[in-house]
Each structure stands twice: as structure tokens, then as C-alpha cells.
Design a protein around this ligand. Structure first.
Ligand code: MTE
Ligand code: MO
Length: 215
């Protein structure tokens, strides 16, 4: 698949120079103790992707969770909707320096998913694959947290295609690129396997409070 190389180059440059996506979205340099180092606040949620937004009908949508788990699953939209509802409000930090506070998410709690699939003791890392062929990786311990979810609603409305609908991952304690939009598959492994931005020099840990942008 052809990625939009221009978009990718621009994003790499922005992250390197720690500039925002667009100056127009910056309100002011407000001081707020919820704002990690090098970040600024936006009120208009920017859209970031590889220059391609996959269209997935709810009928065709599937989420597969496999690898080192006792109970691998493939959910249809109906299966996904049948899970206990979960809501969580958190702050979203993008490596390109924008932060948006108080994002109200609804979906399926990742801890609920973990309880269902039951990772084997050897499972330590997760690889997320998306419908646009984007990938990203995280340690299992980072996903086993009470603010991590598979989100399908934002501010009470279905998540738009631009922002990763039908379903995306939200991992508030890591930079935004660790949350796969249009998530399709999650694989549990013994070994870490780097994703799209991680192999291109982004930090593997991606911790906003450590200003941890590049590896
Ligand atoms: N599938 C997929 N997920 C993705 C991306 C992408 O290009 N494809 N971009 C990542 C990046 S770099 C960020 S900052 C957030 C942006 O989410 P947003 O477009 O909803 O703001 O999604 C992340 N998840
Ligand atoms: Mo990003």
C-alpha cells in the first residue's frame, strides 16, 4: 500500500522541531498542571493519519484478538456492542505538541477485554494493526490500566471516521500515536515488535510526562 509520503515527512519534521500542527489551533500558552512539558492546548481536535481514512461498514467490521491468549476472539459489531459499556474521560497528548483535555470516551474497557481473552504468562507485548495498515506496539502492562479502552463514542456521539471510527484504541498515558484508529487486530506476543512510527524513530515508550518523543 502507498502511504502519503508527504504527510509522513511533514509529521516527522514537526515532531522533531516540536511545533504544533497548526498555529491557528493554539489558544494561548495557558499554564495548566495537566499539560505535559512541550505541549500546548487545543480546543479543536486535529485529525492525523497517513493521508488515508479507511471506510469500514459496521457489517464488515471485525476485531480479532489473538497470539498468546487462552481465548482468542473475533468480534463482529454485534459482539462488540454486547460487551459491558464503559466510559472514561481523559486528556489526549499528541507528539506534534497538541493536547486536548477532557476527552469523554465510551466503549469497551481494555481490562474487560483482558479478562475475556486471558493472556498467557509469556505474553508481554501487544501489536495493534489497523484497517489503514498502520501499526503500533505497547507493553501489556501499559494496556492493563483503568483508563485504556476500545472507544466507539466521543462526547456522546459515534466516533467519526476521521477520528478512527468505528473503533479506536485510547491509551491516555502515552502519546496519541500509540492509540490505533480503525483498529482491526491485536496480537499478544513474548517479544516486542515495533510499529509504523516506532521503526521511523519515534520513541518506543512514548511517555508525555517524560517529553519522550524520539527513541
Ligand atoms: N490507524 C491509524 N491510527 C493512528 C494514526 C494513523 O495514521 N493511523 N495516527 C496516530 C497519531 S500520530 C495520532 S496523534 C492519533 C491522532 O488521532 P486523531 O486523528 O483522532 O487526532 O492517532 C494515531 N492513530
Ligand atoms: Mo501523532
Amino acid at each position: 500500500m502507498e502511504f502519503n509520503e508527504k504527510t509522513i515527512k511533514a509529521k516527522e519534521t514537526m515532531a522533531r522541531h516540536r511545533r504544533g500542527i497548526s498555529g491557528r489551533e493554539v489558544d494561548e500558552d495557558i499554564q495548566d498542571d495537566r499539560l505535559p512539558p512541550g505541549q500546548h492546548i487545543v480546543n479543536t481536535w486535529p485529525v492525523l493519519d497517513l493521508g488515508f481514512k479507511p471506510e469500514i461498514s459496521l457489517e464488515d467490521w471485525r476485531l480479532t484478538v489473538d497470539g498468546l491468549v487462552d481465548n482468542p476472539i473475533t468480534w463482529t459489531w454485534e459482539d462488540f456492542q454486547a460487551q459491558p459499556p464503559f466510559a472514561s474521560t481523559s486528556n489526549f497528548h499528541c507528539v506534534t505538541t497538541w493536547t486536548q483535555f477532557d476527552m469523554a470516551w465510551e466503549g469497551v474497557s481494555f481490562q474487560h477485554l483482558l479478562a475475556l481473552v486471558r493472556p498467557k504468562p509469556s505474553a508481554r507485548f501487544l501489536l495493534f494493526e489497523a484497517y489503514d495498515e498502520y501499526t503500533t506496539n505497547l507493553p501489556l502492562v501499559a494496556c492493563d490500566d483503568d483508563d485504556v479502552l476500545l472507544a466507539y463514542k466521543w462526547n456522546g456521539k459515534p466516533l467519526s471516521k476521521d477520528h478512527g471510527g468505528p473503533v479506536r484504541m485510547i491509551v491516555p498515558k502515552r502519546y496519541g500515536w500509540k492509540g490505533a484508529k480503525w483498529v482491526k487486530k491485536i496480537t499478544f506476543s513474548e517479544k516486542d515488535q515495533k510499529g509504523f512510527w516506532e521503526v521511523r524513530g519515534y520513541s518506543n515508550t512514548a511517555l508525555p510526562w517524560d517529553d519522550d518523543r524520539h527513541g
